[in-house]
Design a protein around this ligand. Structure first.
Ligand SMILES: [Zn+2]
Ligand SMILES: [Zn+2]
Length: 286
């Protein structure tokens, strides 16, 4: 069993839940402890106290906002890079915290999951993405990156499910009201992935590898510079351009800032979103 839910996704806060026979894990804790607890209960019937592992991608506030509360309430084993952990807000009481450093290129076994940390280009201390391999399949979390490196692209190969950043529409960002320095940061090599760049990276990998269904979650959307429909449309048109029949195997899903996605099984029949369908697990709420 490998089940997951994107608890929150967007520039305002990110967290993801994974459960297997052996672990109950959070990837990032970028919303309050109260919201984490509420969404875990709603989607998976577990509470924050039941979490035994926390994996961190990097130390930006939208990924660690709820860290103190998670440490306090769940006391999980934490896996994070040295840079991430050093800069994460842990609170005053740091004795007894159970932290295992992870390093790019060195896989770590967490229960029945093998996690491959892969470096990403992002303006944080030592940011990582994760490829998780389990007996039921492979799950990839790829958010917060300025561009898709060869290593990141390789990490997508052969996965059954990927949570991929489609942060902004370039035209919306350029024309929008963000100050220029912020626009430049987002558009830069250490910023965030646009709809189009994400779509081309995914298309390139899936063109070669996808014949079995792949579930793709469009994640980390900017509230200001993107629309879920636009992210979806861009992904659909690029995938179709890349390989005419690709959308018959790739199933797109939205994520939300305000609600957890339905708990789904990797490699199970539960992933029954129809091809070309508008099978959104959650409604987008602004
Ligand atoms: Zn982020
Ligand atoms: Zn970030």
């Amino acid at each position: 069993m490998f089940r997951f839910s994107v608890l929150a996704s967007g520039s305002s806060g990110n967290a993801l839940y994974v459960e297997t026979q052996e672990v109950r894990m959070l990837v990032d804790a970028g919303i309050s402890g109260r919201d984490l607890d509420r969404r875990l209960k709603a989607t998976a019937g577990v509470s924050l106290e039941d979490i035994d592992v926390l994996l961190l991608t990097h130390e930006h506030a939208d990924h660690v906002k709820g860290l103190r509360q998670v440490l306090k309430r769940a006391a999980p084993r934490v896996y994070a890079s040295e840079g991430t952990w050093a800069r994460s807000p842990k609170g005053e009481e740091t004795d007894g915290l159970d932290w295992t450093p992870v390093r790019a290129g060195l896989p770590v076994r967490i229960g029945d999951v093998t996690v491959y940390p892969i470096p990403v280009s992002h303006d944080a201390e030592e940011p990582l993405m994760f490829r998780m391999e389990h007996a039921d399949g492979t799950f990839v979390v790829l958010t917060d990156l300025g561009y898709v490196s060869d290593a990141a692209r390789d990490a997508l190969r052969g996965c059954q499910c990927a949570v991929v950043e489609t942060n902004h529409d370039v035209e919306m960002l350029r024309a929008g009201r963000y100050p220029w320095h912020l626009k430049r940061r987002i558009l830069g090599d250490k910023g965030h992935l646009s709809n189009e760049d994400a779509a081309w990276a995914v298309a390139e990998v899936l063109c070669e590898t996808a014949d079995a269904p792949v579930d793709l979650y469009l994640a980390h959307l900017s509230e200001e510079n993107n629309l879920p429909e636009l992210a979806e449309l861009t992904m659909r048109s690029v995938l179709t351009d890349a390989r005419r029949d690709l959308l018959e195997v790739v199933r797109l899903h939205h994520t939300s800032r305000t609600e957890a996605t339905l708990l789904r099984s990797l490699g199970g029949d539960a992933l029954g979103i129809p091809a070309h369908g508008a099978g959104h697990p959650v409604q987008w709420k602004g």
